[in-house]
Design a protein around this ligand. Sequence first.
Ligand SMILES: NC(=O)c1ccc[n+]([C@@H]2O[C@H](COP(=O)([O-])OP(=O)(O)OC[C@H]3O[C@@H](n4cnc5c(N)ncnc54)[C@H](OP(=O)(O)O)[C@@H]3O)[C@@H](O)[C@H]2O)c1
Length: 342
Amino acid sequence: MSAQLEQKASYEATFAHNFWKQTLSRVPPIPTHTNLTGKTVLVTGSNVGLGLEAVRNVLRLRPSLVIMGVRSVDKGEKAAAVLRREFPDARIEVWELDMESFRSVQAFATRAERELDRLHVAILNAGLAKLKFERVEEGGRHEVTMQVNYLSTALLSLLLLPKLKPTTSSSEPGRLSIVNSGASLGMSVEDPGDERLLDSFDRPEKFDAFAYYGLSKLLVMMFVAKLAQMINPKEVIVNCTDPGATKGTAFFRNVNSWIMNIGVRAFMGLIGRRMPDASRIYLHSSLVLGEESHGSWTDWIIRCWPKTMYTDQGRKMSEKLWDETLEELKFAGVKGKLQNDT
Ligand SMILES: NC(=O)c1ccc[n+]([C@@H]2O[C@H](COP(=O)([O-])OP(=O)(O)OC[C@H]3O[C@@H](n4cnc5c(N)ncnc54)[C@H](OP(=O)(O)O)[C@@H]3O)[C@@H](O)[C@H]2O)c1
């Protein structure tokens, strides 16, 4: 439905709108009839911050199993131990998942395939902003970290699709919600001409921490919009979820300038949501909103996409991104996962 909200896109990308949304609107409670009995829920990046708080919110709805997908099992187990004390009847498992490694993403998906009958809800929350331009080694070649974060999110989404699909015709669709950020709302992707779009980010001289963070999230929204066209919402509903600026998370842990630290704290103190409220937005996107949110940008309602996605260039870049993504990830057999769904 975001596709129909073009007229709001310019305004919703403004600071004024976001300031208003952050300070004057309240995240509604989850309807009391919502429950997760008999369901399996995955939250990635859940040892700390919004992911951890989202698990807490999920556990209140009594799922049969929660999987915390974390890059450090040690840190994940420590967080899970606290949750197990709070929710003694809950079944919580900690699974290793490093979003900077395709191998780790593949191993995670293989484990899900092997060990789960069905995955009902996946909330892909793991994310970070890099302050420096970095490349990581992937399959014998180097990838720009930002690309890897986008690509590994795309890879995990595609590999989980079969497990998210209903097992019987009467079952509800699976839910895939990927965490986005308002930082992407005003971003646009430059047309790289004949060059590959994904390669065009591999430019240390162009690197800007905030812009690259916003761009990586824009790529995720473009991917989700296109993915939604490829999969039937009766099988899997896919959307993006935006918690909004949130105070108290570890997101700015790598900021080492004290001036920036003071600035961030002041900004978050002014407009940041509390973690329990912001993480509740994930539940609105993945449980409360329904088929109408397929392919959309959501919080507790459906909002517009980043404004570039309504332009000809944005549409062209989305197509280019989609083709390159499937090509880049073909080593993992992702096209097969999609064909099963069309
Ligand atoms: N905080 C905000 O104002 C805000 C606003 C909009 C959107 N968001 C989005 O919300 C999500 C959570 O952010 P947060 O504020 O809760 O930050 P956070 O407290 O730093 O939590 C980030 C989580 O992601 C994990 N993570 C980072 N890189 C990873 C990787 N390569 N593989 C696996 N896990 C990885 C972290 O694990 P480690 O602890 O091991 O590093 C941590 O569990 C992110 O996607 C962020 O972009 C945040």
